[in-house]
Design a protein. Structure first.
Length: 431
């Protein structure tokens, strides 16, 4: 088996080629249910579906979902809105002026009043504590835009402005949707909302998993007289299209992980399907493979691929790979556009509690923790056997170990979660 594995890796290295070619973001095929794209894809290959509670336009929704245009899931009259992606951040200047940035890709159906469209843009809301004595000018920058100037006129106390770089893509093709500023869908690692495939819960403010296209992970506002305020805390909403495609019966994933092996990034995918006789990887990390990889079958519907891809760690989490179920070597049309989210692999070397010292010690590593360019943070949380939080143990690992002293009651289990998506729950040994 070792010789076969070595040959397989060598073949896949050749099949991968020196590089795939980058794909641009854009809309997927139209959904027969909503009339909007079933998904939109960013420059890193991340595909998001509509997320809405009204008129069955989208899939399951995270509690607390709020659309850009209204406090509910639809606006006035026939106006109907649903989001693919939305992130929010707010800062307050020293004079109590509050500035909010809303970064969104949103679908709007105006009903009889006009054609449906999808917006990709940045909305800036400014609230002053008192009427402006003169025109005020604010420089606003974010992970998705370089500094842009926003004016609040004399005597005004509120202003709401869509930055000029925002775009509106009209149906029926919506082709221009990803030419706007929100070219990368970035999560913030919050998972309090039940269900897989969420970039964030829409409620919890947390740092983004990676910088945006503008090269920063900070929302910053400067006003000449008052000064600057900045934050790296965002709320995020977005639901990956991949889990929906998989739950529809296309395929199920047993393992989808990425690891560093010297200078290479190695992806491992183990999956199964009952709707075809083959599976094929056609893209990874936002790049289309010049030569697709046909996964190795075991004859029972399970498939395996171990493949190198230099860009698997280049984009923000989650790293997506494009997967097709095939029949007689041809992709099954109804299942095209499916993806699998690649995470790192967390290994817990030990988790123990010392009775005499009342000390909890947890040692763990990530499969990509050797990266000099991609920081990985491992967090230890006390939990039950299913990984649900229990107790008050919640701390990051420094180096390769977490040591908590003077702990009267140890957790029964600990769950170690990586900022790159990996997760493992293990029992705590009491000694």
């Amino acid at each position: 088996m070792r010789a076969v594995s070595g040959v397989l890796i060598a073949i896949l290295l050749l099949a991968m080629g020196p590089a795939g070619h980058a794909q641009s973001g854009g809309p997927g095929p139209l959904s027969a249910l909503s009339g909007f794209p079933a998904w939109v894809r960013d420059v890193n290959g991340v595909q998001l579906q509509l997320c809405d509670v009204s008129r069955e336009m989208g899939g399951p929704v995270c509690p607390g979902l709020e659309n850009l245009g209204s406090a509910g899931s639809s606006g006035d009259g026939d106006l109907l809105k649903a989001v693919y992606y939305i992130a929010r951040a707010a800062v307050e200047l020293d004079d109590n002026t509050v500035i909010e940035g809303v970064f969104f890709v949103e679908a709007t159906d105006p009903g009889a009043s006009g054609p449906a469209f999808v917006s990709n843009g940045i909305l800036v809301r400014i609230r002053l504590p008192r009427p402006a004595a003169a025109d005020r000018f604010f420089s606003v920058s974010s992970p998705w835009n370089d500094p842009a100037t926003v004016r609040v006129a004399e005597r005004e106390t509120r202003m709401e402005l869509l930055l000029p770089l925002s775009v509106i893509a009209y149906g029926p093709d919506f082709n221009e949707v990803m030419t706007g500023p929100i070219r990368a869908f970035i999560g913030n690692g919050t998972t309090s909302c039940a269900g897989d495939g969420l970039l964030g819960d829409g409620i919890t403010r947390a740092p983004l998993a990676a910088p945006g296209p503008a090269g920063t992970d900070v929302f910053s506002v400067t006003e000449g007289v008052v000064g600057t305020a900045a934050t790296n805390l965002f709320t995020v909403e977005g639901r990956l299209f991949a889990p929906a495609a998989q739950s529809a019966g296309g395929f199920s994933v047993e393992r989808a992980t990425v690891a560093e092996a010297g200078a290479l990034n190695i992806g491992t995918l183990i999956a199964s399907t009952s709707l075809g006789d083959g599976m094929r990887i056609t893209g990874a990390g936002g790049a289309v493979l010049d030569l697709p990889i046909d996964m190795v079958p075991d004859g029972t519907g399970r498939f395996f691929a171990n493949f190198p891809a230099g860009n698997l760690l280049a984009g923000p989490f989650p790293v997506m790979i494009d997967v097709s179920v095939t029949r007689n070597g041809v992709p099954v049309p109804a299942l095209m556009g499916a993806q699998a989210a690649m995470t790192d692999l967390v290994a817990v070397r030990s988790a123990s509690y010392g009775l005499r010292t009342r000390t909890l010690t947890v040692s763990a590593v990530s499969s990509i923790s050797g990266s000099k360019t991609i920081p990985v943070v491992l967090t230890v949380r006390g939990s039950d056997a299913e990984g649900n939080a229990v107790g008050n143990v919640n701390a990051p690992i420094s180096g390769r170990s977490l040591v908590l002293t003077d702990l009267a009651v140890p957790p029964s289990y600990v769950t170690v979660t990586s900022s790159r998506g990996g997760r493992l729950t293990v029992p705590v040994t009491v000694r």
